[in-house]
Design a protein around this ligand. Structure first.
Ligand code: SAM
Ligand code: GLN
Length: 315
């Protein structure tokens, strides 16, 4: 009676890609490849060398479970594999953190342009670090910088710490729990970078179903999603050196408002920067002289000199 059918790597990929497509999953083929590679405990590109290899029943069962969770529950691939690459860094992700988005690499690029000296000993703050993506990318690119990363979620910070340890950056980054600037009260930085939650609860019904698998506090903020952006705009000055710079990720439609708030808070040199999709995704500004917090420790390094700006038109 009924011999069990054997499936090859290629056959499984084709079937699964079709299945994902029929469920309206974008990037169906890539998702199928990532999940099959995970089930086979191999690299995705290795699959291409093994298209004709039969997949053993135990591996197929593992794969089937992943496919089911992806298609039926819409769990993001990164949360099924527990890994996500960001800025070429392999990061661990769990349901306690936001899965780092490609748009956020734009924020890293802007931050690096604002701190152009690769040897800069700058003091950097990442507010709402999640899995540590921004702090870790900046630690990699600015090896002399001293970095502080905060998050209101202790569970997220635990993941960030694990990533820092895995990448050998545990002595470069200080992780502090707390709300907004609270954990760094009395300190001043040369650069503040942040990708805060900026979606509004009202948007929730239109958002991709995958988002229910990420922490609410990582995605949503009050007041049209701008509550934390507003707090950052109003408060950041007190935590920046004179000449210090700020780069914040926003939703494209929030950029004009954020720019205004920064101007009202006394920031100079406003800049809007587009992501790869051509949408304004990052707002930057510089703390001019006068007012604000007085620096406590005079021995700190000088503020960065040249600041690159590409003032794009907010769309
Ligand atoms: N920086 C990471 C990234 O870009 O992938 C995570 C960004 S996620 C959009 C926002 C992060 O901010 C979450 O980890 C969340 O826990 C944290 N967060 C939310 N509200 C916060 C607050 N009031 N103070 C500090 N962190 C907050
Ligand atoms: N860019 C994310 C999304 O739309 C939102 C991240 C955030 O709120 N900072 O999925």
């Amino acid at each position: 009676m009924g011999q069990v059918r054997t499936w090859t790597v290629l056959e499984l990929l084709r079937w699964t890609t079709e299945h994902f497509r029929s469920r309206g999953i974008e990037g169906a083929r890539l998702d199928a490849e990532c999940l099959l590679a995970h089930a086979l405990e191999t690299e995705r590109l290795q699959l291409y060398l093994e298209f004709d290899k039969p997949v053993a029943p135990v591996e197929r069962a593992r794969f089937r479970e992943l496919v089911k969770r992806r298609a039926d529950e819409r769990v993001p691939v990164a949360l099924l594999t527990g890994r996500r690459e960001f800025w070429s860094l392999p990061l661990r992700v769990t349901s306690d953190v936001l899965v780092p988005r490609p748009e956020t690499e734009t924020l890293v690029e802007v931050a690096l342009r604002l701190l152009p000296d690769p040897e800069s000993p700058a003091h950097i703050l990442d507010v709402g670090t999640g899995c540590g993506a921004i702090a870790l990318a900046l630690a990699k690119e600015r090896p002399k910088a001293r970095i502080t990363a905060t998050d209101i979620s202790g569970a997220a910070l635990a993941v960030a710490k694990e990533n820092a340890a895995e990448l050998g950056f545990e002595n470069r980054i200080r992780f502090l729990p707390g709300d907004g600037f609270e954990p760094v009260r009395g300190e001043c930085f040369d650069l503040i970078a942040s990708n805060p939650p900026y979606l509004s609860g009202r948007e929730a019904p239109e958002l991709p179903p995958e988002l229910v698998h990420e922490p609410r506090e990582a995605l949503f903020a009050g007041g049209e999603g701008t509550e934390l952006l507003r707090r950052i705009a109003d408060g950041a000055r007190d935590f920046l050196e004179v000449g210090g710079v700020l780069a914040v990720e926003v939703a494209p439609q929030q950029a004009p408002e954020m720019t205004e708030w920064l101007a009202s808070a006394g920031f100079a040199r406003p800049g809007c920067h587009c992501d790869l999709a051509g949408r304004v995704r990052v707002v930057s500004a510089e703390r001019g002289g006068g007012g604000g917090a007085v620096r406590a420790d005079a021995e700190r390094g000088s503020a960065p000199a040249e600041k690159g700006q590409d003032n794009g038109e907010p769309s």
